[in-house]
Write a protein that binds this ligand. Structure first.
Ligand code: ADP
Ligand code: MG
Length: 241
């Protein structure tokens, strides 16, 4: 990962061409084409098992494609021969189960990516505080994760995902474990945060309402293929596929 600079993060476009992957001869993703302009959010919708998480793993570099390519801006990050390591892709990720270290403090969790990148403590503390402020958690830095509610834990995970100012954020059903009211409000907040940061994002959900709350385009997968795509235009979505 490039050393974080403290400047606001700027997103980069994502371009996916002919992406495919099979496990044991069984196609999990086929001929996926996606264009995510810099600073915009694409929501991936679809039933359980349709390949959403696998597509995120390919974007993250946790899985190699069997066919096709992925570019971030002009940089080729993955094809049949190339696979840039996840930590060199400038990514932040947020998962359904938060994936926090329960025994550590909030500050310890959020600062971890900066510690790994060798950022010195005073700078780390400043940036952790700024990231926590961005997600509305100013006063919990010294608390342990296990003492927080689910909604607060997901805010911590969000702060950890943005603290190193990634160019791309990947979300895998981040709100699925929360109750409905919290889902609606946090979804709006995530949309606002993405707009403020200008980060490019791919947001996996099985909830259409959630997708339409924050995404500039919504792509639906079924059995590993794109079956529907629409772009937001004002308050409406126009079909593009
Ligand atoms: P979703 O996130 O949409 O629920 P996934 O991407 O997790 O779907 O899974 C898509 C399909 O790929 C499923 O049928 C799943 O069983 C299969 N799959 C995912 N990862 C592996 C793997 N490592 N080995 C074999 N099959 C896998
Ligand atoms: Mg999944």
């Amino acid at each position: 990962m490039a050393a974080p600079t403290g400047k606001p993060s700027a997103g980069t476009s994502i371009s996916v061409r002919g992406l495919g992957l099979s496990f044991d001869g069984q196609a999990v993703l086929s001929e996926i084409d996606l264009e995510v302009p810099a600073g915009t959010t694409l929501a991936l919708l679809g039933p359980s098992g349709c390949g959403k998480s696998t597509l995120l793993k390919l974007l993250a570099g946790l899985q190699k494609p069997g066919a096709g390519s992925i570019r971030f801006g002009t940089e080729l990050v993955a094809d049949a021969r190339t696979c840039v390591a996840p930590e060199r892709r400038g990514l932040g990720m947020v998962f359904q189960d938060y994936a926090l270290w329960p025994h550590m403090t909030v500050d310890g969790n959020v600062g971890f990516p900066l510690e790994m990148a060798g950022v010195a403590r005073p700078e780390r503390e400043r940036r952790v505080a700024a990231a926590l402020a961005r997600v509305g958690l100013e006063h919990v830095g010294k608390r342990r994760i296990s003492a927080l509610s689910g909604g607060q834990q997901q805010r911590v995970a969000l702060a950890r995902a943005i603290v190193a100012e990634p160019r791309i954020l990947l979300f895998d059903e981040p709100l699925s474990n929360l109750d409905r009211d919290l889902r609606v409000s946090l979804c709006r907040e995530i949309g606002d945060l993405l707009a403020q940061l200008g980060t490019t994002a791919v947001y996996v959900t099985h909830d259409r309402e959630e997708a339409q709350t924050l995404a500039h385009q919504v792509v639906t997968l079924k059995q590993g293929r794109v079956v529907h795509a629409s772009h937001r235009s004002g308050s409406q979505y126009n079909e593009t596929f």
